[in-house]
Design a protein around this ligand. Sequence first.
Ligand SMILES: *Cc1c(COP(=O)(O)O)cnc(C)c1O
Length: 364
Amino acid sequence: MTFAQHDGTRAATQVVALGRPDRTPGAPVNVPVTFTSTYVADGEVNYARVSNPTWEALEEVLGALEGGVARVFASGLAAIAAVVGTVPAAGVVVVPRHVYSGTTALLAERVGAGALQVRTVDAEDVEGIVAACEGADLLMLESPTNPMMELTDVPAVMRGLLARYGARRPLVVCDNTFATPLGQQPLRWGVDAVVHSATKYLAGHSDVLLGAVVVAPDRVALQERVHTYRSLYGAIPGPMEAWLVLRGIRTLSVRLERASASAEVLVGRLEEHPAVQHVRYPGFGAMISVEVDGGAAAAEAVCAAARLWTHSTSLGGVESQLERRRRHAPEAGTVPDNLIRLSVGVEDVEDLWADLEEALRAAG
Ligand SMILES: *Cc1c(COP(=O)(O)O)cnc(C)c1O
């Protein structure tokens, strides 16, 4: 399928304008949801585990936003599994201590099966990361980290890896779910691929799961590998899911703009709040983590007392969400017990603050 092109446009335009049908008289302005399991013989694609026109429209947008070649998957974790799938038997994966707990759990399962080894590093320690990559096959970064909000100086890591290992450096992948491609584009820093849980900001409405791998334009072998992995292992999204993400992504820029502005206001007020010990905010985006007085019980009480904020796992939706992360067993033991992760949505910021303040008071 071919799509309308808008070369030289900026990200806020691309989320709206790309992945649409060519402009011919009478053409629809949106791609259809193509429900088909197979295709008439002798075309480019013969079976729908390999590709689907609705996926392709979304891949067109994601590829342009990140500056690479995108492939969509059934979920963010399916996309991460595809990347981990490139590691040879008994290979070595280097990963920061605090990344999405599902990534930690997936790697632990592979270690348990004897499939690979994991070396854990501090996301902010560039030298430590580079040193840990001796003989490694995959460096799996995430910046900001979920839920500790640590930032990795990715360009410095890439320089360090090239200086120390040259062509022997490991494959470098960055989970860009928290930042979104509007916040940062790691491929421009020289990483090999980016992964996304499109379930979060890209879709933006807490109504769908989907993931993506976006590979750097010059890493052709890796692009083919990811494509083949998806076709063979079959962790494919439904066309309806791809359409929902495409629909959601149209408003990514305005949603993020509103949510980030509100997050900055809330960070300022949370830092002044007597029941809040520590606020973690990477300086951009709409994710905040706070540590509250009174330990795990008080943190749970805050979440339970919220009325407007939804007490639920996940993030990146139009509705604000909060959760004490350590309630989930796979979460790293070094994440404070009283840490609440806040995903700021697009509601009125004063209503969000009033509800949060009330919940903090109710728990205190
Ligand atoms: C949620 C999340 C994932 C997993 O995505 P799913 O779509 O839930 O499978 C991966 N990475 C990060 C940073 C996440 O927040």
